[in-house]
Design a binder for this molecule. Sequence first.
Ligand code: KG4
Ligand code: ZN
Length: 341
Amino acid sequence: MKILGIETSCDETSTAIYDTERGLLSHCVYSQIKTHAPFGGVVPELASRDHVRKTLPLVKQALIQAGITVPDGVAYTKGPGLIGALMVGASIGRALGYAWNIPALGVHHMEAHLMAAMLDERKPTFPFVTLLVSGGHTLLIEVKGLGDYKILGESLDDAVGEAFDKTAKLLGLPYPGGPHLAKLAEKGRAGYFYFPRPMTDRPGLDFSFSGIKTFAVNCIRENKQDEQTKANISYAFEEAVVDTLLIKVKRALKQTGLKQIVMAGGVSANKRLRETLKEKLEAEVFYPPFEFCTDNGAMVAYLGAMRLQRGEKDHLEIKVHPRWGMEDLYRSRISSQGWHK
Ligand code: KG4
Ligand code: ZN
């Protein structure tokens, strides 16, 4: 079964073909970074306009690269994300399914991130714990199987990626801030600043990152703004975030008794986080290849393939869910009303 995946939930237009027998056949990405950079963040209307321009050419490119003319199914991200951006991918994906007379299915963006590690040759086996860290989410999830998820902990305020991006902006770094801050942190020296590790002094698996961000605001205001000081602040910020995540991941593994941890989402591209978890955990650590950490069509095609194989498909009426919690997937499974909302 060859499935076309379409991702347009935020600032990347991406398509891919996943074959359930041969694996990933093609993957195309167009990043909107240049469009949004002058504004210091994603401008939703510009994102939608760019997706409209780029999606079909990238669909064609993915088909050509895979050497096929018509796939066996189409999967597109239908939430969560920017409403206009989601509507572009969903409309095009659903319409292609109708025109080609093949099943089409809208999938959950975070669930797709969750499954991205399955695109690697060395992949985890169910059950495992996932640390899902992106621009909008920070979640610890017990994954028992496809669609069988239990949220163990989540951020009560800012997501990790959001904290990275906001702190980077305060340091005067360009959008998208996370990778720029991580790069600057490489030049930082240890021992100059010490950021708090929020909510690690009490039991539980929830997170809070707004305190770290506030600490960064004060730290930046009270210190010189030379390059080395900025690098030292970045170093200490990253150290605190990684340390906090490590503490909670250790707890989650202990609580569940599981021995595999899977990282997912844009922040899982962070080298220090990857290395620290690998070094400090007595568990097998998995993370997606770099290109599948941030938003991509390959993870959408993979998840779509798994769900389409089960016979799931959407009606012609196109629906998107800009706000759609992972926990809803879990709840809808329990209430057995199907996972479509
Ligand atoms: O998963 P993603 O591409 O989009 C969302 O669904 O949110 O994640 C984007 C987030 C941004 O906050 C970005 O700054 C962060 O991932 N990010 C990083 C790194 N690469 C991307 N944060 C820290 N270090 C990185 N190397
Ligand atoms: Zn994402």
